[in-house]
Design a binder for this molecule. Structure first.
Ligand code: SAM
Length: 259
């Protein structure tokens, strides 16, 4: 399956799962339909598909970020969907930091905003509809930019990385959590079976939507592997780019600094 991986971020512009689409508008349109359809079931599906592991991975991302416990700490969580990462960052700062959750999909943001109210976090967070490729945010404004399981859905990944660089303050931190390339012999076969048989079957049963989950699984396999994605981050201007594998490379966190 690793043969199907894009070598560089630009090659993702017209890939929709294993299909090739006419252009980035068609890709974004189809991605938007997927997340509109799954929004209400998104959180429960994440637990079912990953056996709860997505929580551990998101915790690992926020632990690596180690956000400062000060009210002036500002972050943006792009493709933030239903708010999972933003909630964790605010909690990690003992509810001092404030963040902007940006997502292109109003259905996902709607679920996120409701969850923020229930958790008493709406004073710390605002939810903003917008595109990772053209953020309606000022230059040099944020201490951190995070994106979790989002960037592979964005047609122009390199443009999104340049936007991340633009909005971060000098000294600001970029962190991206994304599915990646498994590097443990044996685990890859098991992971393939779960991805291509298990996950679409759960999607069909729980979310009544096999197709969306086939897209999610296929898009994971198209995304550049760890070193190739690190190169894209460097190309956007970031320095000290490193990554950590999680669960044998099923997911990876990439880190970079705007210096
Ligand atoms: N970050 C959340 C999490 O980890 O639970 C949500 C991840 S979800 C798999 C991917 C999100 O990316 C969706 O909410 C989708 O609407 C968003 N997305 C897709 N294309 C986008 C774009 N061009 N700009 C901003 N968000 C986008």
């Amino acid at each position: 399956m690793s043969d199907s991986r894009a070598r560089d971020a630009d090659a993702m512009e017209t890939s929709y799962g294993f299909d090739t689409v006419s252009g980035r508008e068609e890709k974004q349109g189809r991605v938007n339909e997927v997340f509109h359809r799954v929004a209400k079931r998104y959180d429960i599906m994440n637990d079912l598909m990953s056996g709860g592991l997505h929580r551990v991975w998101k915790d690992a991302m926020v632990a690596w970020l180690a956000p400062a416990h000060r009210p002036s700490y500002r972050f943006v969580d792009v493709a933030g969907g239903t708010g999972d990462v933003a909630f964790r960052i605010v909690e990690a700062t003992r509810r001092r930091a404030s963040g902007t959750v940006v997502d292109i999909n109003a259905s996902m943001l709607g679920v996120g905003a409701e969850r923020a109210v229930k958790r008493g976090l709406s004073d710390n967070l605002r939810f903003l509809e917008g595109n990772a490729e053209a953020l309606d945010l000022p230059d040099n404004a944020y201490d951190a930019y995070t994106i979790a399981f989002g960037i592979r859905n964005v047609p122009r990944i390199q443009t999104a990385l340049e936007e991340a660089f633009r909005v971060l303050k000098p000294g600001g931190r970029f962190l991206c959590l994304e599915f990646s390339e498994v590097d443990v012999p044996g685990l890859d076969a098991l992971y393939d079976a779960w991805s291509f048989r298990g996950i679409p079957a759960i999607g069909e049963r729980v979310a009544k939507d096999r197709e969306s989950y086939e897209y999610l699984v296929e898009s994971i396999r198209r995304f550049p592997n760890q070193p190739n994605f690190a190169a894209a981050i460097e190309k956007a201007g970031f320095e000290r780019v490193t990554y950590r594998n999680l669960t044998g490379g099923i997911a990876a966190i990439h880190s970079g600094w705007k210096l």
